[in-house]
Design a protein around this ligand. Structure first.
Ligand SMILES: [Zn+2]
Ligand SMILES: [Zn+2]
Length: 179
């Protein structure tokens, strides 16, 4: 019905008639001024992100009730990710005392070594771990027509360690700063 189509273009928040966008959750029409857009970095390291967190835009109500709380805890996890201790596969001697009780984490399609480590460390944090051992990072050359790009992937085992017994210089934050 034509009338319905016109009505649906009214912004649910400010009643502007230029509501050309749709909230990704409640599907109601919103205008550009009222719509909340997610930062490109939002939920970047999350795997299997639920579809409602990957929508183009949200109305303020849906964003503040359903997205913002998860975004806050995501960024808290990202801060913890920077504190994760990283031990490479070649450091087996140093890490032999740590129990590997959590399933191995993997990532691919990372941008570089730093991104690979952040993605793995984020998964460690999600497992309530503060360290990664047996880490192996690999770069593969990918030919895409005229371009040649690198595809980075990595594996690691999340572990819980007593960080007080370690030199703080070993954690990911220091590691990333040293690059
Ligand atoms: Zn509006
Ligand atoms: Zn909504």
């Amino acid at each position: 019905m034509v009338l319905g189509w016109f009505m649906s273009l009214e912004c649910k928040q400010c009643q502007s008639k230029k509501a050309y966008l749709e909230c990704g959750i409640c599907k109601e029409s919103i205008c550009k001024k009222c719509a909340v857009f997610l930062d490109a970095e939002a939920f970047l390291y999350m795997q299997d992100t639920p579809p409602f967190l990957t929508q183009d835009c949200y109305c303020y109500t849906c964003f503040s009730e359903k997205v913002q709380p998860l975004l806050n805890s995501y960024y808290e996890d990202v801060e913890k990710t920077k504190e994760v201790y990283v031990f490479y596969r070649t450091q087996g001697k140093e890490t032999s005392q740590y129990k590997r009780t959590f399933p191995q984490v993997t990532t691919d399609n990372a941008l570089d070594e730093q991104d690979t480590l952040m993605r793995l460390a984020y998964l460690a944090v999600r497992n309530n771990c503060n360290a990664l051992v047996d880490v192996n990072v690999q770069a593969k050359k990918i030919r895409d027509h005229a371009y040649q790009t690198m595809r980075w992937s990595g594996v690691g085992n999340p572990v819980q360690i007593d960080a007080d017994r370690l030199d703080r210089a070993e954690n990911l934050r220091r590691f990333l700063q040293s690059r």
